[in-house]
Design a protein. Sequence first.
Length: 482
Amino acid sequence: MKVLFAASEIAPWVKTGGLGDVAGALPAALRQQGLDVRVLVPAYPALKAAFPHAKEVARPHWLGGLLPSPVLLQAHVPDGGTLLLLDYPPYYDRTGNPYLNADGHDWLDNHLRFGLLARVAAWLGSHSTTLAWRPQIVHCNDWQTSLAPAYMHYLPGNAAKSLVTVHNLAFQGLFDYASLFELGLPDNAWHPGGVEYYGRLSLLKAGLQFADAITTVSPTYAREIQTDEEGMGMGGLLRHRAEVLTGILNGIDTAQWDPETDAMLRKPFTRYGADRLEARAANKTALQRLTGLEDEAGLPLFGVVSRLTHQKGVDLLAAIAAKVLALPAQLIVLGTGERELEDAFRLLAHAHPGRCAVTVGFDEVQAHHIEAGVDAFVMPSRFEPCGLNQMYSLRYGTPPIVRATGGLADTVIDAADAKRGNGFVFDEPTAADLFAAIRRAANAWKDQQLWQRLQRNGMARDFSWDAPALRYVELYSALLAA
C-alpha cells in the first residue's frame, strides 16, 4: 500500500508542536507494518542542510492560479524512509518559525506557501504526476495541507483517496476571498458546500468538506469537536461528516522517552524502571539542586512543561500557585508563551525562592529531567486534542494532574479507581477545581503504597505507535476497499 504523508513540519528537523512529532513517528510506524510511506514536507533550510545530497525527482508545473513551479527533491532518512522535499526557496528558505516572521506575525503569503504544498500533494495523487511512484492514499495534516482534498475534488485526474487528520481544530487557515483565484480554485468552489467559511476561505474546512476520511488525535476529541461548544465553528460540518470521522490516539516515541534508557538522564540523574522506583529519589534531589530549589525530600514537587497559553490552562495554575506552595509543596515550570503568563511565573519564583523555580524558554534536556524528577505533573488544559506530556509522565512514573478533556481524558484515570488509577482528573476549567486536584495529589503522595500503585499503573500502559499505526492501516484499507 502506497501512502503519501503530507505535513508542514517533521521532527527532529522542523518542529513547533505535536504535528512535527507525529510526522516524524507515524510514517516510520506505518513502514514497520509493511506500507510504502513517503513524507512530503517543505524544503526548509534545516532539511536542506540535513540532506545536502537530496536528488531532484520531479518538477510539478502548471499548477494554477499564482502557484509557482517548484522542484521536488528526494532524500532518505536513517530508518530507510523516503522524504519528498518541496523546494521553492522564495517560499521556504526563511529563518525561524515555518509560519511566523521574526515579529511573531503570520507570513502574509502563507496561503500560497501551504497552498503549494497541498497542490503538490494532490498532483502526486493524480494521473498528472510525473513521478513513477504514485500513492493510493494522500494523508493530509491540519490546515497547511488540507486544501489537497479540495484540489482532488475540483481538478480532473484524481487517482488517490484522501484523509485529513485534525491535530488542533483551533487553527483553521483563514484567508480572504482573493485567495480563491490565487490558489487556482474554480469560482464554483466559493459556497458553504465548498471552501467558503463565513465569508472567508478556510483551508482546513476545505479538507473537512472533501476528504474521504477524517481523523483526529484522540477518541474524546473526536466527540468534542462535533459539539457547538468545542467545534470552533465547525461542529455542524463535523456532525454532518460524523460517519467518516474517527478518533485515533497518538503514540509517543518510546525509544526517546524511556526512563530505563533515557540518554538525557546522565549523572547526577539516574535511569530507572517500574521495579526500581526508589531510584527516582536521586532524580528529585538532582533536579532541586540544579534549579535552585530547597533540597526537601519531604515536600511534594509538582512540575509543568508547557506552552504558557490560555489553552493550556496555566493561567489557572498561576492564580493558585501561592496556595499550592503553602500546602506545603514545591513547583517547577518550564515553558514559553504569552508575555503576561511568563511574567506571572517569574514574579512567583522571585517571591518564593527555594519553593518555585521557573525557566522561560524551552530546554529538551530539562524537560526530561522534570519528567524523571518531579513527583506529579500538572497539565490543566482547557482543551487538549491529544497531549504528549501526560503520556511521557505516565511512562516515567509521574502521575499527571489533568482536566478531563480530549486525549487527557483518554489516557489518565483518576486515583479514585482503585485498580486502574494512574493520576488525578478534574472536570471544570476553574482554579478552584485545579487546586482541589493538586491538594488530592499532595495528600495521596504521602501514602507510599498508594503512590507506587499509581506510578506502576501508568508505567504499564503501552503508548507506542504500534496500535495507532494498525488503526491507520485498517482505515486506509477500508478506504481502498470502498
